[in-house]
Design a protein around this ligand. Structure first.
Ligand SMILES: C[S@@+](CC[C@H](N)C(=O)[O-])C[C@H]1O[C@@H](n2cnc3c(N)ncnc32)[C@H](O)[C@@H]1O
Length: 260
């Protein structure tokens, strides 16, 4: 993995993923899947279990939600979150080799995970194997080339974003994902951009948290110094205070049907 999803990453991610932007993103994913009571769903890279918790409510006590993740601290947070939902189970495992029987699931979902997975055709073949014919896969990922952020020091920001590239394997997976899904034998059902647009710098904005993650990761990497990272965060505070903050980043949701 390109990044260590440890205990402090769990806390940082939870803060970012409880903002209105990401709450709305989960609602969009749930709407497209239209889960029904009794269905079996797999969440690949389930992280802190926020989506699994919502999907468990949708499939109800007769359904089943399986969460899979490589990070033990994430699995622990997810088990804690879903402790009252007996229809949910989390286990350690890799998107590259799903530990499930063929045709086990009505739906598979994976949000903000494939950007860390090197072999996308291999991961999609695994999804196809575990889906029943007619089952749906929902994949959501970010394209970092869609990032628009206001700064008065573009050279500093360029150094920081160049270092941030080390955080993931694919900086722009969405632009090839449609073709990769078709090549893997899926039929496209829906494609949707989900903008994270924050014209205000407030704790309830996704970018308030993401920019701290970027600065923390990038400072001291490649040409970005720790002073660059601290200086950028200070600038964001100032821009926010003065009403000059602007941040926009697109995530993209693809929903496709396994043709079996
Ligand atoms: C950015 S978090 C997203 C969490 C969750 N899907 C969400 O949207 O709330 C990425 C998660 O993917 C997991 N992950 C990364 N690579 C993985 C892989 N190859 N197989 C399974 N999980 C993986 C990480 O451990 C982390 O929990």
């Amino acid at each position: 993995m390109t990044v260590d999803f440890n205990e402090s990453a769990v806390r940082a991610l939870e803060a970012a993923y409880l903002t209105t932007d990401v709450v709305e993103q989960r609602a969009a994913v749930l709407r497209t899947l239209a889960l029904e009571p009794g269905q079996h769903v797999l969440d690949i890279g389930s992280g802190p279990g926020l989506l699994a918790w919502e999907m468990a409510n949708a499939v109800g006590p007769t359904g089943r939600v399986h969460g899979l993740d490589l990070s033990e601290p994430m699995l622990e947070a997810a088990r804690h979150r879903c402790a009252e939902q007996p229809q949910v189970a989390f286990q350690h495992g890799d998107a590259a080799a799903l530990p499930y029987e063929p045709r086990s699931f009505d739906a598979v979902v994976t949000t903000q995970v494939y950007e860390y997975v090197p072999d996308i055709p291999g991961a999609l073949a695994e999804v196809a194997r575990v889906l029943r014919p007619g089952g749906l896969v929902a994949i959501l990922d970010t394209d970092y080339d869609s990032l628009v952020v206001h700064t008065e020091d573009r050279a500093r920001l360029a150094r920081i974003l160049d270092a941030w590239d080390e955080h993931f394997v694919h900086r722009g997976l969405p632009r090839t994902l449609g073709a990769q899904l078709r090549e893997a034998g899926f039929r496209m059902r829906q494609r949707q951009a989900i903008p994270m647009f924050n014209p205000e710098y407030t704790p309830n904005a996704f970018s308030f948290h993401l920019t701290k993650l970027i600065a923390g990761f990038s400072g001291g990497r490649r040409d970005a110094t720790r002073e660059d990272a601290a200086g950028w965060l200070a600038e964001l505070e100032t821009l926010g205070r003065e009403g000059r903050y602007f941040f926009s980043l697109n995530r993209y949701l693809f929903v496709a049907e396994w043709t079996g």
